[in-house]
Design a protein around this ligand. Sequence first.
Ligand code: GDP
Length: 542
Amino acid sequence: PQATPDSETVPETGPGSGADPTVVLAEASRRRSFAVISHPDAGKSTLTEALALHAHAIREAGRADGKAGKRTVSDWMDMEQARGISITSASLQFTYRDAVINLVDTPGHADFSEDTYRVLSAVDAAVMLVDAAKGLEVQTMKLFAVCKHRGIPLITVINKWDRPGKDALELMDEIQDRTGLVPTPLTWPVGIGGDFRGVIDRRTGDYTRFTRTVGGTTIAPEEHMAPEAALAREGTAWTTAVEESELLEASGADHDHETFLAGETTPVLFGSAVQNFGVHALLDVLVDVAPSPSPRPTVSGEPRAVEAPFSAFVFKMQAGMDTAHRDRLAFARICSGVFERGMVVTSTRTGRPFATKYAQQVFGRERHIVDTAYPGDVIGLVNAANLRVGDTLYLDKPVEYPPLPTFAPEHFAVMRAKDVSRYKQFQRGVMQLGAEGVVQVLRSDLRGDQAPVLAAVGPMQFEVAQHRMGTEFNSPVTLDRLQYEIALRTTADWIEALNAQLGVEVLQREDGEYLALFPDRWRVTSVRNRLPEAVLDPLVAT
Ligand code: GDP
């Protein structure tokens, strides 16, 4: 075992002191932290419940559509329930075999993709969930691009095989053609979509036969059979599947660990989340092939060893999760060392100490107190009003992780308090929503403090902001949409010249960046022609 570097010894007393690097390494290596990315309706909530069910974390899976009379634990905020979409992110931890699995939940609606992008910076792998009938959809492709950019290995699950859908081989072609990833199926379906009998395990050649359960709310019993028994049982459905599987083998579509980690290939599984088919296989793949936490690069470029003293970064802020506790929760992903409840950590941005008396694990409405956590784990820190998305937390010597990517907003609106005497509440709310990353807040001298401009990737972020201003900050607001669609980065030197252009406005974002807003790309072109020297750069994801 590697020793902790000399310069970074942990304190001698207090929580978090004397962490044994050997233990930290062992705990980190059994962690698997992942997120599910999918287009809305592909079955993400259903799969989440099925995973939890298989891990015995939840006795009976609540059906996402509420048909079984229960709601899934990941749907909880008022607005989420009313709209039937998941807005907020939480994480679910469970053990499976000897591994500790952390499933970091992502919002289902495309309007909240900015949140999803941040979640993706906190995981080591992702599961791309594909609806067998629809194939790769718009949101799947967008999220895939983010994973590719960040080098996150992907496992693909073809879901809803219990319903008629596309041909399995066609789906493989679609994945390869549209993502450039080579699909390497680990299982192959026996029976076409809508006639799902089971799957061949392509590594052993054995057959796993599924049994339907009523409503899919209990663990589906699986029957394992050798090929001869499978042939006798399924006849041509079996021989067809075997032939197709051999075809794949001939074309080199077999799993390879190196190319998977390099983001060149993606293992594929077939299943039916609603029937709990194939969920065991996914858990096994997570344990057997998904990577455990690795040293994370810091701003100095130096990766931080997982066994170094405690460090984490905040990837998500949450407020008003529970109307009974109006707290601010900061979700942090642990990158190194051990977290122990009660530990006093420091925020790199403010240099201020933060007492972690109430660390929690939050999933849906359920909260559990966390006493100890390791790299790969996600902890929810309560009373975190002074923390911000992107903050690094550390014990002992300062460390800083690179800022989280921000995305170019495409929707803009001016927010004003309905009751101007509630100025304080208004300002507090605006600041908080900005800090949580619910919206980006833009200001300018021209507009003044009373009328900040909110910027968002999806317009529904505005609705959340407006709703929360009223219910949480006691400052009902009006929102007026602005006709801008494009934001480009500029500098303070160009404010005046750009503001003088018709339909163009420069505002400053909280991170200090100056954003020039344009109604459309034609205006961008004409301004570029008129002011060829002007700094106008795209706001790219980093
Ligand atoms: P999300 O928006 O991705 O979270 O999708 P949900 O989990 O809410 O699922 C959307 C709909 O598809 C719901 O009505 C589910 O019951 C249904 N669904 C999910 N998985 C399956 C599946 O494997 N087979 C079938 N037939 N329906 C499914």
